[in-house]
Design a protein around this ligand. Structure first.
Ligand SMILES: Nc1ncnc2c1ncn2[C@@H]1O[C@H](COP(=O)(O)OP(=O)(O)O)[C@@H](O)[C@H]1O
Ligand SMILES: [Mg+2]
Length: 271
């Protein structure tokens, strides 16, 4: 099963005030696939995601979903097709986990329509999938960073959108929860055909879990494509200014990047 929404970024220039962070970017998000965006701190990954999800208007160019410019679409209409988990979401003070996750259902309600069994089911499934059901009655602001992150992911899942954009969804999570979240997103992609676009800091997890890897640098695209072609030592040097070795990951067969710092390096540096 795949959803056939087309999402394209056309000659996009976006930034803040009169400063541009991204300039003249063209990108096509493959429908029904998993795309990971990587790049150095402050290179514009969050800016790009905000702009794709209509939170930030382009200075030039456009973002087009199914032939419609997203910045001209009503917020609720867009929210039924595309969900966004921002990098640092802020919960209303004192809200419970169940209520926050329930807010994910908001785009599906009209002025008159009431909370339905479908909503209950969507929330219960989202809590279950993220292992947050036992937190349902707790206040979100009392949770640990990792618990809170899983609750935000639950809210995004409850929204039941065909496209899901996530800005660093694995931040604050320990390694087993990181893998759990990435496996969960992969399941969602496989079973519902959800198109996933996520910003990830961990290059190795990005290469393992993405069908398409996008590397941003200098306000634009450095490379995009199959992780095996994108994640190379040259790419890591160009994007992060870091020497590295890239070897096949013995677990997944995908590229595995091993950074070369100034210390604790025992092999001759071949780069
Ligand atoms: N709300 C804002 N107002 C002004 N500048 C911002 C704002 N948000 C981000 N920036 C700037 O835009 C650049 C890109 O930021 P961001 O997209 O958050 O980077 P990344 O997510 O890749 O770390 C940075 O220089 C940052 O300081
Ligand atoms: Mg960011």
């Amino acid at each position: 099963m795949t959803t056939e929404h087309t999402l394209a970024i056309e000659n996009l220039t976006v930034g803040y005030g009169d400063r541009s962070v991204i300039e003249h970017l063209d990108l096509r998000i493959p429908p029904g696939r998993v795309t990971a965006i990587v790049g150095a701190n402050a290179c514009g990954k969050s800016t790009l995601l905000r702009s794709m999800s209509r939170l930030l208007a382009p200075q030039a160019g456009r973002v087009v979903l199914d032939g419609k410019e997203v910045h001209r679409m009503p917020a609720k209409e867009l929210a039924r097709t595309m969900g966004l988990l921002p990098q640092s979401p802020i919960a209303p003070e004192g809200i419970t986990v169940a209520d926050l996750v329930g807010r994910g259902r908001h785009p599906h309600h009209g002025i008159m329509s009431r909370w339905s069994k479908d909503d209950d089911l969507a929330v219960a499934e989202a809590l279950e999938a993220t292992h947050t059901a036992e937190l349902a009655e707790r206040a979100v602001d009392e949770l640990s960073g990792g618990q809170r992150q899983r609750v935000w992911i639950a809210m995004a899942l409850a929204q039941h959108t065909d496209l899901l954009l996530l800005d660093e969804p694995t931040t604050f999570l320990d390694v087993s929860h990181q893998i759990e979240v990435l496996d969960l997103l992969t399941d969602l992609n496989a079973t519902r055909g959800t198109t996933i676009v996520m910003v990830l800091h961990d290059l190795n997890l990005a290469a393992r879990y993405a069908d398409q890897l996008i590397a941003l640098a200098d306000g634009g695209l450095h490379a995009a494509g199959d992780p095996a072609e994108v994640l190379t030592a040259d790419c890591v040097r160009a994007v992060f200014g870091l020497e590295s070795q890239v070897i096949p990951d013995p677990v997944s067969g995908k590229p595995l990047m091993l950074p070369i710092g100034r210390h604790h390096v025992t092999v001759p540096v071949t780069a």
